[in-house]
Design a binder for this molecule. Structure first.
Ligand code: SF4
Length: 177
C-alpha cells in the first residue's frame, strides 16, 4: 500500500497490464484500510452471506463479479462463490447452460443459481475449475475439439459442429447418434 507504484509494478510484471493493476491494487488497499478503520484485513467477510460479501467487494474500483468470487473462494475465507472466466463462460454457452445473450458478468448469478445450494466452497471451486480447464484444453475459442470431447453427447453446439463419420479408430470419442 505504501510502496512506490514502480515497485509494485515490478513485483507483478508477470500479470497482464501491470501498469494499470499496480496503482489500482494500492488504491484498493487504501480503501479497505479506510473502511476498516486503519486495519488492512478482509476477515470480517467470513461472517457475511456470500451475496453481501460480494457486494462489499464489488464496491471497490475495478472489482467485478469474477474478482469478488475469486477473492472469497480462493482465499482462506473459502466461501462458496463461483467465479466465471471467459473459458468457463464459453463452455457454459456452448453446452446450453446459459443463452449466448448472457454476458460473462451477468452469467455469475445465473450459473451460481444452477449449483446445488448445499455445495461447499471446494465443490463450487471444482465446478469452476472443470469448466475452465475444459475450455482451455478442449472447447477452444477457435475450432473446439468436439471429436474428442467427453461431453459431446450432451452438447448441442458440439453436435452442430461435428458428427462422427464411419468407423473411427484410436482414442477418438465414439459418440452415440
Ligand atoms: S462438444 Fe465441442 S462445443 Fe461442446 S463442449 Fe465439447 S468441445 Fe465444446
Amino acid at each position: 500500500m505504501n510502496a512506490s507504484v514502480a515497485e509494485v509494478e515490478d513485483l507483478i510484471q508477470s500479470v497482464t497490464w501491470p501498469e494499470q493493476k499496480a496503482p489500482r491494487i494500492q488504491s484498493i488497499l487504501r480503501q479497505i484500510s479506510e473502511a476498516r478503520n486503519g486495519v488492512l484485513e478482509l476477515e470480517f467477510l467470513a461472517d457475511l452471506p456470500v451475496e453481501e460479501a460480494r457486494a462489499w467487494l464489488e464496491k471497490l474500483p475495478g472489482v467485478g463479479p469474477k474478482t469478488s468470487a475469486a477473492v472469497l473462494n480462493f482465499s482462506r475465507l473459502r466461501k462458496p462463490a463461483l467465479p466465471v472466466d471467459c473459458h468457463h463462460h464459453r463452455v457454459a454457452v456452448r453446452t446450453g447452460l446459459i443463452p449466448k445473450s448472457v454476458a460473462v458478468g451477468p452469467s455469475h448469478i445465473v450459473l451460481q443459481a444452477q449449483l446445488p445450494p448445499e455445495w461447499d466452497a471446494q465443490a463450487v471451486y471444482d465446478n469452476h475449475e472443470v469448466l475452465m480447464l475444459h475450455g482451455q484444453r478442449c472447447c477452444y475459442f477457435n475450432n473446439p475439439a468436439c471429436h474428442r470431447c467427453a461431453i459431446w453427447d450432451l452438447c448441442p453446439e458440439g453436435q452442430k459442429r461435428w458428427q462422427p463419420k464411419g468407423e473411427v479408430h484410436g482414442d477418438i470419442h465414439h459418440a452415440p447418434l
